[in-house]
Design a protein around this ligand. Sequence first.
Ligand code: KG4
Ligand code: ZN
Length: 368
Amino acid sequence: MRCLGIETSCDETALAIVENGKLVDAVMTTQAEVHALFGGVVPELASREHYRLIARMFDALMERCNLSYQDIDVVSVARGPGLLGSLLVGVGFAKGLVLAGGQRLIGVNHLHAHLLAAGLEQKLQFPALGLLVSGGHTHLYLVESPREFRLIGRTLDDAAGEAFDKVAKMLNLPYPGGRFIDVLGNMVEPDAKMFPRPYVDNDNLDFSFSGLKTAVGSWLNSHPSVALQFPLAEEQADSLLCERRLPENVAEDLPLVCASFNAAVADTLYIKTKRALGQLRSEGCEVRSVIVAGGVAANSRIRSSIAGLADEAGLVLHLPSFGLCTDNGAMIAYTGWLLAVQGLCHGLDLETMPRGRVIPDDYRMYSF
Ligand code: KG4
Ligand code: ZN
């Protein structure tokens, strides 16, 4: 079974083909440059970019795979959560293909797709404890199968990625700033006392990162010379990310702030994930693996801290490679394929679900 995946929920236009559970090929265009000027994603611009790109990227993918649209069996598309206008472009395109070619349509939950993406590289062991850390979400799930997700913890305010991006903005680092904080923070050891581990002195599984962001802001107010005085030029940003080269005239404490903030986020995620595991085990749930997914799962300090937790707890670790952490079409194609092999589908009345709305489990059984 050959499944096309379409991802347009935020600022990446991405398509991929998965055949019998394996990735065949993928194309992706990031709009980061379009939005960088504004320091965050501008929804109207995002949907226009998706609309401009999607058909030509589909053609490019078909050409690379030497396929035509009649060779596709299933069209899966991210139906939410995300930016409504952006989702509508992907879902509209998917419906157009299905109308023309008669394929099966499947709307995929973007968050579930992040968590299942690791299955493209490793056989997923269920039940799994899933930590989803992205620009818009910080969620803990009990994942019992590719269709059964129980949300057991979530952020009450900022998502982890949002905290990275906002702190990066305070430091005058480029958008999206998570990677820059990661690279700078790896240059020195963190100061564990510099920033708090927020919202851990309780017994719940929720997160709150806004206080940590405020703590970094207050520290920077009393150390105003630490933030970059001018935004980095493109070459400086590239050489920082690719060659780990620090630009000239950077304040000595900039890497220390990044390392200490990054460690505070990593420790908080570790504490709550470990607590979730303890609670699930005390309920008699025999968790077999831990999945870390979403853009922030690309963070080196977070990857090694959760890897340590999996090791201590005797769990299989599912940590997708970098390209499968951030938004991508492969995870949508793979999730669509997993659902399709269970005989599931949607009709042309498939609805898009913007952020904040619960995504229903409204699949139908496919009749051949
Ligand atoms: O999952 P994703 O690509 O998009 C959403 O669905 O939100 O996540 C994007 C987020 C951004 O906040 C970005 O700064 C963050 O992932 N990110 C990182 C790293 N790479 C991407 N955060 C920390 N360290 C990284 N290496
Ligand atoms: Zn995402």
